[in-house]
Structure formats: C-alpha cells, structure tokens
Unconditional design. Structure first.
Length: 272
C-alpha cells in the first residue's frame, strides 16, 4: 500500500504581492492625523530653562512678535535674532529639531513668495521680510514648545480674555484629540479590512467622515448634559498664576525690548 503523497501545490509558499499603492490614501491620512495629535499632546512643561509663569511667557512672546513686526530698524531685528539663537544653543538635538521645524518651513515659504522681489531689485525687502518671518515664527514655536496647551487657556484667562473665547479654545483642543483618535481607529480598521488597491478612496473617506459626524453629535450631547449636571454657567474663574522670581527677569526683558525698540525708532527719525 503506497503512502499518500502531498501535492506539490500545497508545499509551495503563497507569493502574495499586493498591488503598489494599495491603501496609500488611508496611510497618508492616518500619518497626518497622528502628527496633529502629537502636536496637540504637548511635551511636559520644562521648568528649568523656561521658569517663567504662563502669563509672563505669553506676554513676552506677544510683545516680541509685535515689536519685531513693527520695527523699521533692521538692527533691532538682528539683536532679537541673536538672543533667540543664544537660547536655541542650550537645547538638545531632539528639542532643537522640534522647535525649528515650523520656523524653517515658514522661512522657506517666505523666500519662495518673495523671490520676485529680487527680480525688481528689492533686495532689502526680501531680506527684512523673510528674516522677520523666521524670528516671529521661531518665537511662536518656542512658546508652543515651552507650555502645555491647558496652560494657554490659563494664560488667556489671566489677561481677561472673554469666557466664550476661552470656552471655544478649551473644547477645540480637547476634541481635536478625541476625534483624532476616533479617526485613527476607523482608519486602522479600514486598512485591516482592505485587500489590494482601494479603488474608491472617496467612498472610504466619506464613511469615515460620516462616522465621525455621528460621534461628534453624541459627544456634543454628552458634553451638554455633563455641563448641565455640574451647573456650568459658562463663566471661567480668573487664573492667578503664582508670581515667581524668574518673572521679574521676564518683565525686565519686556521692558528692555520696548526701550530698545523706542530708542532705535527715535534714533532713526532724528537721523532722518
């Protein structure tokens, strides 16, 4: 009696080669959403180098951006730029890369937009505007990297921002993360069920958006019920940050920037 022989086709490996580009739309969308969620989930607050309280940090950043934007003396812009570079020199490589990502993108975009100015001979405008763009976005990036998003809400309220603005800002940050995670879960499930190439990415994306819309309606009703149960009247208590010793240094920096700005502007007018 002969032993049963296993067919050759059972002994060969299955060479499954999915077509190129299968699920690329879903993967790119998931990658973009992951980046947004990571940016909202801010790194822990560093109280070593950035020892200022949140209101002082916000005031310092706003004053720096306004003065650099309004300055007509390029030397003032250069001084602020040198100070920011000295601060960046204290960062480690990972934090430095995270901080410079947004400013470099804005700087390159400004160079492309202002490139026609070189053709018309407006070299000064090309240099000044692009440099101001780099410095202002770098200041904003430093502020973002130094504070958690909930600290922004506290800082806005400490300066007397309307309750409606604080409420919208607070809920927006919260539900960007909540709905972003819902989208990522839906995208992951769609990718798992996907076989080969997705010939109808628009329909897939439409299903995800529809699911998110239904989830948002449910979340809005739950949020309203929770606020009603807690007797929330829409009024945020004013945040009083503890005044630190380092805040004196922040105030002195703000005063020095304003004084330097006024000095350069007056000197320019006197020379003219």
């Amino acid at each position: 009696m002969t032993e049963p022989r296993i067919p050759d086709w059972l002994l060969t490996d299955d060479a499954i080669e999915p077509p190129k580009g299968g699920g690329a739309f879903l993967r790119k969308t998931a990658s973009a959403l992951s980046g947004v969620i990571r940016s909202v989930r801010r790194v822990p607050e560093n109280s070593g180098r950035f020892a200022f309280s949140p209101p002082t940090r916000l005031a310092l950043a706003v004053v720096t951006i306004l003065l650099v934007s309004a300055s007509s003396v390029f030397m003032f812009v250069e001084i602020v730029g040198v100070a920011l570079l000295a601060l960046l020199a204290t960062f480690d490589a990972r934090r430095l890369a995270r901080t410079l990502a947004l400013p470099l993108e804005a700087y390159l975009a400004a160079l492309v937009i202002l490139a026609p100015a070189l053709i018309w001979g407006q070299t000064r405008a090309f240099v000044v505007v692009s440099t101001k763009t780099l410095i202002t976005t770098l200041t904003l990036s430093l502020l973002i990297q130094s504070m958690n998003w909930n600290r922004f809400t506290c800082a806005f309220k400490s300066f007397g921002a309307p309750d409606a603005v604080v409420f919208i800002f607070d809920l927006t940050l919260k539900y960007v993360v909540v709905f972003g995670e819902t989208c990522l879960e839906t995208l992951d499930s769609a990718l798992i069920r996907l076989i080969g190439r997705d010939k109808t990415p628009g329909r897939t994306f439409g299903g995800i958006v529809g699911t998110l819309f239904l989830r948002s309606q449910s979340a809005a009703q739950d949020q309203f019920d929770a606020m009603t149960c807690r007797c929330f009247s829409g009024v945020y208590r004013r945040y009083r940050a503890p005044f630190r010793r380092a805040d004196f240094v922040g105030i002195l920096i703000i005063v020095a920037l304003v004084a330097l700005f006024v000095y350069f502007e007056i000197a320019k007018r006197c020379l003219n």
